[in-house]
Design a protein around this ligand. Structure first.
Ligand code: NAI
Length: 348
């Protein structure tokens, strides 16, 4: 569970729905169809963001979308395309900053056994607002070359380090986890990630006897995640390292197709898949909706509907594991519509 709200069965909950770009609309429609069959409490307010919004309104993040999220405090979001190199700033990063979504929760659990790694169950908690993702970047010209030197600086604050590490330990406590690993690069980035480690150790002391703590340098962690991933339980780390390691961990469970993410703040939460807008397969009806569906499962837990989340989880297992109905990225031959229908049948 993330930060549970006490929600009574039967109560409806307004939530913002952002279809997004590329495969976004296809997988969002699939997830909404399944949630409707499940009897999920969400009353959707559909809003645009990303390229879709840019094309329709001239703004990649329209005020209407921001107002909607401000009002509902809850959103399910399809992936958004970010232009590489130039163009507008990542809308994902902007949303996280705008709503102070300080914790990025990325749980990864083996759904389909028999892959390269079985029985993976790792939760990565990534700091979402600071580090190098603050993206304070500029070029320095030399002679005729306006981009002769590229400069980037990051920052971590003691307050934010404390808040994210505490979130990871509280998450561990609430979810029956045993250990939190603090991942850093304090041997080289002594200030930037040294502060994260120092604060992490202070916070860990408050949980002594309840949750074990250790720390790892990020490069060693990456190697160990491949050699012996089972030693990890909950990992908490800074923004950039978290982004990279969470994709690595997604690889351990068979790829991005099954990796959900939640962006959690004090007053707002946005749920999404870890993967992007997959332009290479957009519009072909073959996208795997599972990652976004698993994000919707976390969203149900977040609003206090663990009962529905458990039913959804059982239906996904029955479909993917027992009946073996899978999309192509998972080695099956189902298309998006086929997988959606199969799960919908099992939640109804
Ligand atoms: P990507 O995750 O969109 O795609 C990587 C590979 O995985 C592609 O071969 C794609 O076909 C496959 N894939 C991804 N999701 C899939 C799914 N649900 N079912 C089947 N196959 C799937 O990463 P890429 O290509 O680097 O990024 C594309 C765009 O997405 C970029 O503009 C990027 O900035 C954006 N992006 C957005 C994110 C978000 O909105 N949270 C997260 C990551 C990337």
């Amino acid at each position: 569970m993330t930060q549970p709200h006490a929600t009574r069965s039967g109560e409806t909950i307004p939530a913002t729905l952002i279809p997004g770009d590329g495969i976004g609309p296809e997988i969002v429609d699939s997830v909404v169809e399944i949630l409707d069959a499940l009897g999920a409490p969400f009353v959707w307010d559909r809003q645009l963001a990303g390229m879709a919004a840019l094309q329709e309104t001239g703004d990649p993040l329209p005020l209407k979308t921001l107002d909607s999220i401000r009002r509902t405090g809850l959103a399910l979001k399809g992936p958004l395309t970010t232009p590489v190199g130039g163009g507008f700033k990542s809308i994902n990063v902007t949303l996280r900053q705008e709503f102070e979504l300080y914790a990025n929760l990325r749980p990864a659990r083996t759904l389909i056994p028999g892959g390269r790694f079985d029985n993976i169950d790792i939760v990565l908690v990534r700091e979402n607002l600071e580090g190098f993702y603050a993206a304070m970047e500029h070029y320095m010209p030399i002679g005729h070359d306006p981009k002769a030197v590229a400069i980037s600086s990051g920052f971590n604050t003691r307050t934010e380090c404390r808040r994210i590490v505490r979130y990871a330990f509280d998450y561990a406590l609430r979810n029956g986890r045993k250990k939190v690993t603090i991942v850093h690069k304090a041997n080289i980035l002594k200030a930037l990630t040294g502060l994260f480690l120092d604060v992490g150790r202070e916070v860990a002391a408050e949980y002594e006897g309840r949750i074990a703590m250790n720390d790892r340098i990020v490069d060693a962690c990456a190697m160990q995640l491949v050699l012996d991933p089972w030693q990890y339980d909950v990992i908490v780390t800074t923004n950039l390292f978290g982004d990279i390691l969470s994709d690595l961990i997604a690889g351990l469970i068979g790829g991005l197709g099954m990796a959900p993410g939640a962006n959690i703040g004090t007053d707002c939460a946005i749920f999404e898949a870890v993967h992007g807008s997959a332009p290479d397969i957009a519009g072909r009806g073959v996208a795997n909706p599972l990652a976004l569906l698993l994000a919707a499962e976390i969203m149900l837990q977040h609003v206090g509907r663990g009962d529905l989340a458990n039913r959804l989880s059982a239906a996904i297992n029955e479909t993917v594991l027992v009946a073996g109905i899978r999309t192509r990225d998972l080695g099956g031959d189902a298309d998006t519509a086929g997988l959606t229908a199969a799960i919908r049948q099992r939640v109804a």
